[in-house]
Design a protein around this ligand. Structure first.
Ligand code: CP
Length: 341
C-alpha cells in the first residue's frame, strides 16, 4: 500500500482532508480528521451523541437507525476501547458488523489493502472503520472506495484519532458545559500522539481559551509552533490554573531512538501525582485516552481518583461513535434525534 510510515519528526498532512471527508452539501461523508472541520460540524457530532447517550440505558439497547447497513471493522493495529466501542455503537444502531481478524485474514498472505477493500465492497460493505499504523491509511482507503461507502479513521499512525478527540470533547462539554473559558493541558508524548493532534485541532476550533502542551523537548513534534498551543517544559508551571488535564501514554512502539533517559526519570518530571495535581484548579478534570501505564505517566491514585473521568470517556465513546456513524451513513444525514426512531 502507498501510505508509508512518517518519520517521527514530521507530521502527515492529508492533501485534501476537508474536500475528501465532506460531501457536496458540506456534510460528513467520511470522518478522517478533526483538522479543518467547522465548529458547527463538531457541535453537530456532540449534539447527536447527546441524543444517542440514553440508548445504553434502555432495556433493549438498540435503535434502528442503520438497520440493513454493513459495517466492517478493519483493525491492523491493536485496540481494546476503540474497536469494542465501534462494534457496540454499530450494534446499538442495528447495523450488521464484521470484525475482520487481520492476523488470520488474507492480508497475512500478502493481499494488498485495496484488494481487501474491493473484496469487502463486493460483499456490499457500507462502511469501513480503519485503524492502521501508517499515517494516511484511512485517507488512502477513502480515496478509493465506492461513492456510497464511508470510511471512519479509528487511528492512523501518529496523525489523527478523530473519534477519540470527539469523545474527549463530548466528555469535557458534559462536565464543563462550554469551551471558551477553559485552559486545557495535554501532557506527555505529544510527538507520537494522534490523539493530541486531533484534540488540539478540535479544542482550537471550539474556542478553548488556552491549549497547553507539557512535555520534554524530545517528545514535541517539529511543527509544534504551528499547532496553536502554549509549550511548557515544567509540569508544575504548566498545570497552574488549568481546567482540564489530558495525560498521554508513552508510545514506546513508535519510538525509534532513545528519546528518554528512563521511565523512572520521566515519571519524576512528567508523571501526574496527587501532589502535582494540586497545582491545577480544584475542579480540574483528569483525562487519559487509554491504555494507561500506571506509574509511568500517572499515579494509580490519580487515575482512579475523584477527579478522573477516564472511564466516562470510554462510556461516552459509544454514543460519539454512534453519532459519527449515523452522520456519515445515516438515511438522511440530517439532524439526529434518537427519540424519533
Ligand atoms: N484510546 C484508544 O485508542 O484505545 P485503544 O487503543 O484501546 O483503542
Amino acid at each position: 500500500m502507498s501510505p508509508s510510515k512518517q518519520p517521527a519528526s514530521t507530521s502527515f498532512k492529508a492533501p485534501d482532508s476537508s474536500r475528501l471527508q465532506l460531501d457536496e452539501q458540506g456534510r460528513l461523508r467520511h470522518f478522517l480528521t478533526t483538522e479543518g472541520l467547522s465548529k458547527d460540524t463538531l457541535i453537530e457530532i456532540m449534539d447527536a451523541a447527546e441524543s444517542f447517550s440514553s440508548v445504553g440505558n434502555q432495556a433493549v439497547k438498540k435503535v434502528p437507525v442503520l438497520r440493513g447497513k454493513t459495517i466492517v471493522n478493519l483493525f491492523f493495529e491493536n485496540s481494546t476501547r476503540t474497536r469494542t466501542t465501534f462494534e457496540l455503537a454499530a450494534k446499538r444502531l442495528s447495523a450488521d458488523v464484521i470484525n475482520l481478524n487481520i492476523a488470520t485474514s488474507a492480508a497475512a498472505k500478502g493481499e494488498s489493502i485495496l484488494d481487501t477493500i474491493r473484496n469487502l465492497e463486493a460483499m456490499h460493505a457500507d462502511m469501513f472503520v480503519v485503524r492502521h499504523s501508517d499515517s494516511g491509511a484511512a485517507h488512502f482507503i477513502a480515496r478509493h472506495v465506492a461513492p456510497h461507502v464511508s470510511v471512519i479513521n479509528a487511528g492512523d499512525g501518529q496523525h489523527a484519532h478523530p473519534t477519540q478527540a470527539m469523545l474527549d470533547m463530548f466528555t469535557i462539554r458534559r462536565v464543563k458545559k462550554q469551551f471558551t473559558n477553559l485552559k486545557v493541558a495535554i501532557i506527555g508524548d505529544i510527538l507520537h500522539s494522534r490523539v493530541a493532534r486531533s484534540q488540539i485541532h478540535a479544542l482550537n476550533t471550539l474556542g478553548a481559551k488556552e491549549v497547553r502542551v507539557i512535555a520534554p523537548k524530545t517528545l514535541l513534534p517539529s511543527d509544534t509552533n504551528s499547532l496553536g498551543v502554549h509549550v511548557y517544559g515544567d509540569l508544575k508551571t504548566g498545570l497552574k490554573g488549568v481546567d482540564v488535564i489530558v495525560m498521554l501514554r508513552l508510545q514506546r512502539e513508535r519510538m525509534s531512538g532513545a528519546l528518554l533517559p528512563s521511565e523512572h526519570e520521566y515519571f519524576q518530571c512528567f508523571g501526574l501525582t496527587e501532589e502535582k495535581l494540586a497545582y491545577a484548579k480544584p475542579d480540574v478534570m483528569v483525562m487519559h485516552p487509554g491504555p494507561i501505564n500506571r506509574g509511568v505517566e500517572m499515579d494509580a491514585a490519580v487515575a482512579d481518583g475523584k477527579l478522573s473521568v477516564i472511564l466516562q470517556q470510554v462510556a461516552n465513546g459509544i454514543a460519539v461513535r454512534m453519532a459519527v456513524m449515523t452522520l456519515t451513513l445515516g438515511p438522511n444525514r440530517t439532524v439526529i434525534d434518537a427519540d424519533n426512531y
